[in-house]
Design a protein around this ligand. Structure first.
Ligand code: URA
Length: 310
């Protein structure tokens, strides 16, 4: 195996540890990998290794990476194929009124945004956001997936069900918080399965909508779920490491921003040793959020996901 492939493999594994669950592979990277793949094709057949490296090799050979029936590996590879975006991000003024009226106005505007609509799949809907327009906590995810685009509501699939459980563990219901995504449509891609993370350009296009949602809701705390939401809110930073900033307070539009892992990262951890260790990390972040918004915290809640005493 070439040094380049080993380096890519190591980088993918490092990102996996960081909680990054998907990466783009640019066309230019694929062309670099083509000669390696060609060499592999002529070499005697070896048993393939599961994981990022074998996916890259398959991709370099121009094959589709088949998802296995077993829980997916933390890294899947997808190429952005989004339609072009307008140069100008949306500009608008929120009309006067109470939060409920303003959020209804914004929902109508976003659901009729020509760019958002243009990116929808045949049966897809724009996914605006849901919850209380006066919530103290604003959860921000990445982009709608297949379930969300059909229902037009964020976080209704498997990851969403886990988010709902996290919210319940905090003593709240979805109706008490606000839930939105950094992107308002499901990013289109060239595979019949999986999701593609949104590009920075796509997120920048939708950012005025997210900002307006936050301006209207005026939460006491924003929770960024996963690396993509962090990038969308704070802007890209190649030196930012999810492992270092998770659990820290940052700021967005003057509001405290808690960074935590995406629920889908926890779902994948289910199949690994000690999944409670990762759940505990997220839970500790939620305890900080609860403290910030003055939610009562019971002794039982303090101890969620801690190892049982023997
Ligand atoms: N993941 C997200 O980040 N948002 C959704 O709405 C669903 C899955």
């Amino acid at each position: 195996m070439s040094d380049a492939l080993i380096a890519i493999n190591e980088e993918l594994r490092r990102l996996q540890q960081e909680g990054v669950d998907r990466v783009f592979v640019e066309e230019s990277t694929l062309s670099l990998l083509q000669p390696v793949a060609a060499k592999e094709r002529t070499a005697p057949k070896k048993e393939t290794t599961a994981g990022p490296i074998s996916e890259l090799e398959e991709l370099a050979k121009g094959k589709e990476v088949k998802k296995k029936a077993t829980p997916p590996k933390a890294t899947s590879v997808s190429r952005p194929t989004g339609k072009p975006l307008p140069e100008q991000a949306p500009e608008f003024e929120i009309p006067e009124g109470d939060a409920a009226t303003q959020i209804a106005w914004l929902k109508e505007r976003v659901e009729n945004c020509p760019t958002c609509k243009e990116h929808l799949s045949e049966h897809g809907k724009v996914v605006f956001g849901t919850g209380s327009a006066e919530a103290d906590i604003f959860f921000c995810g990445e982009a709608p997936g297949a379930d969300e685009e059909v229902q037009g509501e964020p976080f209704v699939g498997k990851a969403g069900q886990l988010l709902t459980k996290i919210i319940a563990a905090m003593g709240l219901q979805r109706e008490n918080v606000y839930i939105a995504n950094i992107l308002k449509w499901r990013p289109e891609h060239d595979k019949p399965y999986g999701n593609r993370p949104p590009t920075v350009e796509e997120m920048n296009f939708c950012l005025p909508y997210v900002r307006a949602q936050i301006e209207i809701v005026k939460p006491k705390v924003i929770v960024a779920l996963g690396n993509t939401a962090v990038t969308g809110l704070l802007g890209p930073d190649p030196n930012r490491r999810m492992g270092s900033i998770r659990g820290t307070w940052q700021e967005f539009a003057g509001i405290p921003l808690m960074i935590t892992f995406h629920p889908s990262y926890l779902l994948r951890a289910e199949s690994q040793n000690n999944p409670n260790a990762k759940k505990r990390l997220v839970w500790e972040d939620m305890l900080k959020v609860m403290e910030k918004v003055d939610l009562p915290i019971s002794e039982k809640q303090q101890g969620f996901f801690l190892p049982k005493e023997k």
